[in-house]
Design a protein around this ligand. Structure first.
Ligand SMILES: C[S@@+](CC[C@H](N)C(=O)[O-])C[C@H]1O[C@@H](n2cnc3c(N)ncnc32)[C@H](O)[C@@H]1O
Length: 220
């Protein structure tokens, strides 16, 4: 959807996808399982089909896998690039337009996005997102010192090459995440640390201590 088309990028992404397939690099399998469970619960609690925002959606790979669930009414994907994308249940909206709108969602998910926005800036985006829903699922990274940061930067470079996504200078650590929760006036309902995202070689290179999932809500 937002891939920068040129031959070098095509070749790199082709090779990279092949390596991912044979080395346990599917980053979405487990995160989709956890998101699906939470969405189902949200629908059950409200006893209706739900509207979801996939913020920082990229190519909407997560939403594409979720869209056919019967408890989902609509998924809006939002990111920083211009695009016209629509299926029966999914629609894309540029983030500037989203923030100007009064759209409301039952829940938002933000997967591997906040560190690209910047760990110091993340609280501002979370506050903006609370205007659209008071419940947010966040999946992001924890760094554990300089080596771990370099590893995360290397993997981010590899994963986002060809897509024009910036590689951040630093990532959340537990202290920074706590600060983000405080500054965004959030309450953390749930946190899963040591979240295993990958299998095989990918899990050895970037093991589970680098991933966390958190559910936050506006602390009114
Ligand atoms: C690693 S990709 C994750 C894409 C998708 N969430 C997923 O997990 O497949 C990070 C995404 O964050 C987006 N992003 C970066 N800054 C953003 C911002 N300020 N607002 C919305 N999205 C942003 C990028 O364009 C990119 O699509």
């Amino acid at each position: 959807m937002r891939f920068k088309e040129n031959n070098y990028n095509k070749i790199f992404v082709g090779i990279s996808n092949f390596i991912r397939t044979i080395c346990g690099g599917d980053r979405l399998k487990r995160i989709i399982e956890i998101i699906e469970k939470l969405l189902k619960e949200t629908s059950k609690e409200s006893n209706k089909k739900i509207r979801i925002l996939d913020f920082g959606c990229g190519s909407m790979e997560i939403s594409k896998k979720l869209q056919n669930k019967k408890y989902i009414k609509q998924i809006v994907g939002s990111d920083i690039f211009k695009h016209k994308f629509r299926t029966k249940k999914m629609v894309y909206l540029e983030n500037d337009k989203l923030f100007k709108s009064k759209k409301k969602f039952d829940i938002i998910f933000v997967v591997d996005v906040l560190h690209h926005i910047g760990v110091e800036e993340a609280h501002k985006i979370i506050k903006k997102l609370y205007k659209h829903s008071n419940k947010i699922i966040v999946k992001d990274h924890f760094e554990h010192g300089l080596l771990s940061r370099s590893l995360l930067r290397f993997v981010d470079f590899y994963a986002n090459y060809g897509y024009g996504v910036n590689v951040p200078d630093k990532y959340f650590d537990k202290k920074m995440w706590k600060k983000t929760i405080l500054k965004s006036k959030s309450k953390e309902l749930f946190r899963k640390e040591n979240f295993q995202q990958h299998d095989g070689l990918f899990n050895i290179i970037l093991n589970k201590k680098h991933h966390f999932v958190s559910i936050i809500k506006a602390d009114e």
